[in-house]
Design a protein around this ligand. Structure first.
Ligand code: SF4
Length: 417
């Protein structure tokens, strides 16, 4: 209004501007504001504190689509189709032929063809009334259902759920659980990097797990500024091998905790003393072997590779205790048929050792303290002071614009203060 000589643009103009004009440039505008703040000496753009929070989507809580339910329904159709095929085989094996169709992962086309084939084979035969009804039901309903499942699976992608009113939103467990019933709500995972309580980077993610968001979040940082941050401080939710490797490859000093960090420092009341747990075993580095609680050496027995859900490859070193028969600790140590096997991720151990030495240094202690008072108050300000505990817009693109405006406003208000 100030820029327009106090004329009031109407609601549609503002809405169109927000949805159409800002969509592709909001990130750049945000970055320009951050660079301005950096030039003013109000923040250090290269040293960031990263964390995430879930913000409820503007979607109905009861309009969910669950990936697991779709999988189950498809399995049920597969099973029933196979039963129908077997019945037809018992009544008219010659007409049916010997080549069994593929019942795994049924599609509308596959099911239509199979039902057709069964119906042809059973023509003129004495068929159980219930089977006839089932076949009619299958012909009428299953292809349509399977097409619907295929469409829903496309929307799901690699998620387990989505909301029908905002298909980009995923059902997540929220921190704010006023009913205290653990209800999952449609939401987005908002990732922020801050410095001095100014937002330096923001990104919106459909997956609730913070571990998977760090890489795309920092890639967005790189595309906004043309470089990576030099230092990143984050909590244990980000401490995976993939993230540590990524940070190392891009020369980002990682003050990033890992799962058992506080337990290792003895800062949690109940250290995990489970027998047979890697962390509780003695490692003989000279002979490259572990010693089990009964004093049996666990010798190196091979290597394997494992892929994470993102396709990241992990190398595992195996160690085996050969003779576990009759061991009094077997109930808690849980050896397999061929003795106890340990799978050790050496690379992750090295990353953790490096992270531990950084986090326990004087600088690391200061950064851990700073993290809690840097990024977390920004979430508090946005969600509670600004009343943005729920998005107003629907769809990932629009939610990103809404967030961009919100964090720009947060930064400018803080600068003014
Ligand atoms: S079960 Fe095997 S590895 Fe575990 S404590 Fe007993 S002997 Fe050692």
């Amino acid at each position: 209004m100030w820029l327009a000589g106090m004329q009031r643009p109407d609601h549609h103009t503002i809405n169109r501007f927000r949805s159409e004009r800002l969509r592709d440039v909001i990130g750049q505008i945000f970055a320009q504001v951050v660079l301005l703040l950096h030039e003013e000496g109000l923040l250090d753009i290269k040293e960031v504190y990263t964390d995430g929070t879930k913000i409820e989507a503007n979607a109905n809580r009861y309009t969910f689509v669950w990936g697991k339910a779709i999988k189950k329904n498809k399995e049920r159709i597969s099973k029933q189709l196979k039963e129908l095929w077997e019945y037809a085989g018992s009544v008219a094996s010659a007409e049916l032929g010997s080549q069994e169709p593929d019942f795994v992962n049924p599609t509308a086309e596959k099911v239509t063809q199979t039902v057709e084939k069964i119906n042809q084979a059973l023509e003129g035969k004495q068929v159980d009334k219930k089977v006839k009804q089932k076949l009619n039901y299958a012909k009428k309903n299953w292809p349509g259902k399977l097409e619907e499942y295929a469409q829903k699976e496309e929307v799901l992608g690699d998620r387990n759920s989505y909301s029908k009113t905002d298909p980009d939103a995923t059902f997540m467990r929220m921190k704010e659980d006023h009913m205290k019933n653990g209800q999952l709500k449609p939401a987005y995972n908002l990732q922020l990097s801050t410095h001095g309580q100014f937002v330096v980077n923001y990104s919106i993610h459909p997956n609730p797990n913070d571990t998977l968001t760090l890489k795309p979040h920092l890639e967005l940082y790189q595309s906004r500024y043309g470089f990576y941050p030099s230092v990143c401080t984050a909590d244990a939710g980000y401490g995976s091998e993939e993230n540590y490797s990524y940070l190392e490859e891009n020369s980002i000093e990682a003050f990033v905790k890992y799962g058992l960090f506080h337990k290792e420092l003895g800062q949690e009341s109940k250290p995990n003393r489970t027998i047979g747990l890697l962390e509780n075993l003695y490692y003989d580095s000279e002979k490259d072997r572990y010693i089990c609680p009964m004093g049996q050496p666990m010798e190196a027995s091979g290597k394997s590779t494992r892929k994470t859900s993102t396709g990241f490859e992990q190398q595992l070193h195996h160690y085996r205790a050969k003779n576990c028969i009759g061991c009094p600790l077997a109930a808690s140590c849980k050896p397999g048929k061929d003795g106890k096997v340990l799978q050790v991720n050496r690379q992750l151990q090295l990353h953790k050792a490096r992270a531990k030495s950084l986090l326990t240094s004087q600088e690391g202690k200061q950064k851990r303290k700073q993290r809690a008072t840097d990024v977390e108050p920004v979430f508090g300000n946005l969600k509670f002071n600004k009343g943005r505990g729920r998005f107003m817009l629907r769809g990932k693109e629009k939610v990103a614009v809404e967030t961009g405006l919100l964090v720009i406003a947060h930064n400018l208000a803080k600068m003014a203060r």
